[in-house]
Design a protein around this ligand. Sequence first.
Ligand code: ADP
Length: 595
Amino acid sequence: MTIAPRKYSALDYIRIPFRTHPVLSGMKALIIIVSALVPSVKIIGTASFVDTALDIFKNGGYSRIYAPLLLLALISAYTYCIGIFLNLINTRLTLRLGEEFRTAVTEKRSRLEYRHIENNDTWELISRVSNNPEGRISGGYEILLELLSIILMVGGILIVLAAQVWWAALAIIAFSVPLFFVAVKSGKTNYEAFKNATKYQRKAGYLEWVLSGRENVEERALFGYTRSLSERWYKEYETARKITTRTQALNFIKMKSSSIITIMVAVLIAGVLLIPLGNRLITVGMFMGLVNACFNLVQMMSWQLSYVMHQLANNNEYLKDLSAFSMLEEAEGANDLPDADIGRHSLESIEFKDVRFKYPGTERYVLDGCSFRLDRDKHYAFVGINGAGKTTITKLLTGLYQDFEGDILINGRSIREYSQSRLKALFSVVYQDFAKYCITLRDNIFLGNINGVDDERIAEVIEEIDLSETLARLDKGLDTPLGKILEGGTDLSGGEWQRVAIARTLAGNAPLHILDEPTAALDPVAESKVYELFGRISKGRMTIFITHRLGAAKLADEILVLKDGKIAELGSHDDLMALGGTYAEMFEAQRSWYA
Ligand code: ADP
């Protein structure tokens, strides 16, 4: 199943479950339809039971009661058992929808253009759509079936009623119409409130994670922020709760006040039915069956119908979200594997030609006429203050954003002509906020080259990046789960995690290695050491160091100083020191860090 880009309609609440599991979906529909006819049969059963009983008192013949009694018993048994069976079907259907529909949503999510992930509005849309998607679809299907069931139930009872006293049936129809509109309106308000509340719930959820996750346990203890964050969490949680409660209370009052009116109507109808009873137009049994059915019907009108209409409106809003989500642009080839054919010598040059770029939805050009050229096998350092746009250069280079002006040439060809799988194979990046995967050490390294990396290469990488001692300490060697999540997991130090992230980069065959300040947590001297080690390992490969600390930059063959969206200075450390510009100034300011 895939989430095709189109407008989704209520029909999809039927289409998707049937496509996922036709048998379960069909059984569910059948049960609900059969159950909907039960109340009409019950009127006839009750009438027959009461009339037969009354007749027995006059004329005897006790055995005549068995048939209507059996009918009523069967109806009760069916009602009792079918609920359990239906629950079972619901659970299985929802699980299957989880496997298929949730997977489709998750896959679509992973293919989205990167800008949708970084943009707040689209990210909220994505979060709403991915929140329990299987529940939304199975709930949507359920509500449609319930609507059908109500129509059948009401229709059945009205037919029996109309066959006896036609105008009573008409009266009920007239009263249900206004109720219908109240229900639809309250459904809409409710979803708006839900949308509003998710914003606060997300913030609260994040704070909860910070407050209770194992990840942050050291910082929590050190900084003692628990109390103040708890207060913040409580505030977000309270805001979300208040919004939801307020709307629900309002709807409750609205629904209840309209249902009081309907109950009065039911009493009125029951009173009116006394007239045909007095005129012997209907039997006592039929009178009891009808009055009972009328009360049930009214109950259903005021509660179930309101609930169903309200949910329908709710589900309609989800469909709007789903449609908008389905139409979010996907990055072509986002889930393609890196091209296995690209070897370490496939990169000759990279050239930025007058590149201008601003993030979607912003006005400021982060890169504004940025030009430079990088050649094979050399080591480069991009330096500049925080926010100068260094990481942005890597985002453009790795194809995360394509809507830039100017051109980026790789081996003389525009980056726009490259497929995602080729781009992925060309670059390996260790990011500032590199991932710490709580899986085994072997898998942590393997992820860097899913086209295949054998244990021999893993052993080499571990040796190169000085992780041998760490490995020796792990009780299950390469198969030791890392991190704090898995049972038996061993946590690593910050520096060791960095090395694991770098090992992942090395495991690949990418001709360009980019190190984007993954060492920000280290002191400047330790950082320089990591860069030095990395430079040594990456010898004979194009390498980019990104840093605002110049100790590491010194190791590069060429340094590019980024300022005001352009390359302001270019040259070796000595050249730039002699120039006496921005670089020299920054270096002097940082000199004491390395003393
Ligand atoms: P550096 O790596 O040099 O510290 P970045 O390339 O990360 O800087 O960021 C450059 C500028 O772009 C900063 O002003 C930053 O706030 C802005 N920026 C980064 N990412 C986004 C984004 N997704 N949306 C809007 N602005 C962004």
